[in-house]
Write a protein that binds this ligand. Structure first.
Ligand SMILES: [Mn+2]
Length: 301
């Protein structure tokens, strides 16, 4: 299994050089570069990646609220100008991916907030509207995957969750679109954080994606590194092994400050141990961030 981590997790707290200098010693095979092509000095980036011997596995699309520009990255907008700029955004990321020798970029499907007015908490969203937008997604993704294929890049459709976009939030939603596009250059990405909110079962979602599953994002239910929350990664890892998944496990944690080296190292070690058939809850491998406040309180009491 190959392990990667998303540089998007660190971009607000420090320069890429600092992140790579810390991660280079931790055992990651690659990094995901964040998709902000207009902010990147490619030669400088290639130099620093080369200095730390860190390959790029792909580009993390900065969709939705993950970016200040995210509001205009809406492939399913009813505003044609926004659709066009979203298409150009993907083109620019695909070119960046190619220049960095990466293999893939994730696509998330956003539409206009106003046209998708719905009850986020309960995910009440009409099936008709969902199908209408899925048809639109198929047309655009067919064009984008052809473009990506010309650059030797694969697109991977990533379901998110109801709080960011309702248009593609489960493996089933993504599979319906990917099947219709029917291109070798379009696969699927499943993200454990989103799966935890939307899927009936981690295993069913992974089996639904089947051979279309080309990339995995790993974060715990609280979006910390795996092992720092309550997602059952042992079951997920076992299912990935049973389905002969051979893409990257790419970590996508929320990182709050520069003091993250324990988390990024022990989260990776935790998943690696599960892959190697160790690391159950009873053998002490599960990482600890610090002693939980509740147990300190109990000791004092
Ligand atoms: Mn993700």
């Amino acid at each position: 299994m190959k392990y990667s981590i998303s540089l998007a997790s660190f971009r607000k707290i420090e320069p890429i050089e600092s992140t790579l200098s810390k991660l280079a010693r931790q055992g990651y095979d690659a990094v995901e570069m964040f998709g902000e092509p207009k902010e990147v000095d490619i030669q400088k980036l290639k130099d620093v990646l080369g200095m730390y011997g860190m390959p790029v596995c792909g580009i993390t699309g900065m969709w939705g609220r993950s970016s200040g520009e995210g509001w205009k990255r809406k492939i399913l907008s009813s505003d044609q100008a926004l659709v066009q700029s979203s298409i150009e955004y993907v083109h620019d990321c695909v070119k960046l991916c190619n220049l960095l020798d990466g293999e893939e970029m994730n696509i998330c499907l956003f539409a206009d907030e106003s046209s998708s007015f719905f009850d986020r908490t309960h995910n009440v969203f009409s099936q008709n509207e969902k199908e209408r937008l899925a048809r639109k997604a198929v047309t655009i993704l067919a064009m984008l995957s052809k473009f990506a294929s010309d650059y030797g890049v694969k697109l991977v459709l990533e379901p998110l969750n109801r709080y960011s976009t309702p248009h593609c939030s489960t493996a089933k939603d993504a599979l319906a679109i990917v099947r219709q596009v029917n291109s070798d250059s379009l696969g699927m990405l499943l993200d454990t954080f989103h799966m935890n909110i939307e899927e009936d079962s981690f295993e069913d979602a992974i089996r639904t994606a089947g051979t279309y599953l080309k990339h995995m994002h790993f974060a715990d239910n609280n979006r910390k590194m795996p092992g720092f929350g309550h997602i059952d990664f042992a079951t997920i890892v076992q299912c990935l092994q049973e389905t002969c998944y051979n893409g990257y496990i790419s970590f996508e944690p929320n990182i709050a400050d520069g003091d993250y080296e324990h988390a990024t190292k022990s989260g990776l070690d935790f998943v690696r141990a599960l892959m190697n058939g160790r690391g159950g809850d009873d053998d002490g491998v599960r990482p600890k961030e610090s002693q939980p406040i509740s147990s300190l309180a109990r000791e004092k009491a």
